[in-house]
Ligand binder design. Structure first.
Ligand code: DX5
Ligand code: ZN
Length: 223
């Protein structure tokens, strides 16, 4: 029988108030978030630009959280060394963004980080199969990457079920993360579809942050 999985919450700081970034991060940390989701966008792989190394380095000095860095960047292999040195614990790259996916994942591990592989909504889940021995987390995008505050695509449930099935047969312990449009209303169905790491931006940072994190934690534990 499969052991009960521990579900984790990874608030995405893309939706934080950057004028009070440190404060916002402390608040998610003390109210019980597990990971911190750090979205790096290059204006090329995705249309928008977010932030990069100097920001990660600064927040690392103030926070002991597990840094879950999501690189929405073309050819991320160029930046891995620096991102690792900034204090990333896990680095996730996009399958669609890498010329050599296997080498990129290997390089993340060589740098002492956990490796994540992500796919956009149009990429078949089975495309990750050949890389199974090389990653520790699979990130299924439930919106088109590039912006926070979008609505979850309904096909994400089926994609998560398919991904869970694939990971189950991998013989390895690989986390299944989902990112984009997660709310307190849909998170229970998302967990039920097989996700165990939940990214939430707007649903955590809009309104009362501590209350939002506690509500999510309750929902995550109830599953
Ligand atoms: C989207 C980013 C997400 C985003 C999630 O491209 O990868 O992490 O910040 O934000 P919400 O939860 O608002 O959809
Ligand atoms: Zn993200």
């Amino acid at each position: 029988m499969e052991e009960k999985r521990k579900n984790r919450l990874s608030p995405s700081i893309l939706a934080a108030d950057f004028n009070r970034l440190g404060e916002n991060i402390r608040e998610v940390e003390t109210s019980g978030a597990d990971f911190l989701h750090v979205d790096v966008m290059d204006g090329d792989f995705v249309p928008s630009i977010s932030f990069g190394m100097p920001v990660i380095r600064s927040i690392r000095r103030e926070s002991g959280m597990f840094f879950d860095v999501h690189l929405m960047v073309r050819e991320p292999i160029r930046y891995l060394k620096e991102i690792a040195a900034c204090g990333a614990d896990l680095i996730t790259v996009h399958l669609e963004a890498c010329e050599d996916v296997a080498e990129t994942l290997r390089e993340i591990r060589r740098l002492g980080c956990q490796a994540g592989l992500s796919i956009k909504p149009a990429t078949p889940v089975l495309a990750v199969r050949e890389y199974l021995p090389l990653f520790d987390l699979l990130l299924i995008m439930s919106v088109e990457p590039g912006f926070g505050g979008q609505k979850l695509l309904p096909e994400s449930y089926e994609r998560l079920r398919e991904a869970r099935e694939l990971l189950l047969h991998s013989g390895r312990e690989i986390l299944l993360e989902v990112d984009g449009g997660i709310t307190k209303e849909n998170v229970s169905s998302i967990l039920e579809a097989g996700a165990d790491v939940i990214v939430a931006g707007s649903a955590v940072f809009r309104g009362n942050i501590s209350e939002n994190v506690r509500d999510f934690r309750r929902l995550l534990e109830g599953n």
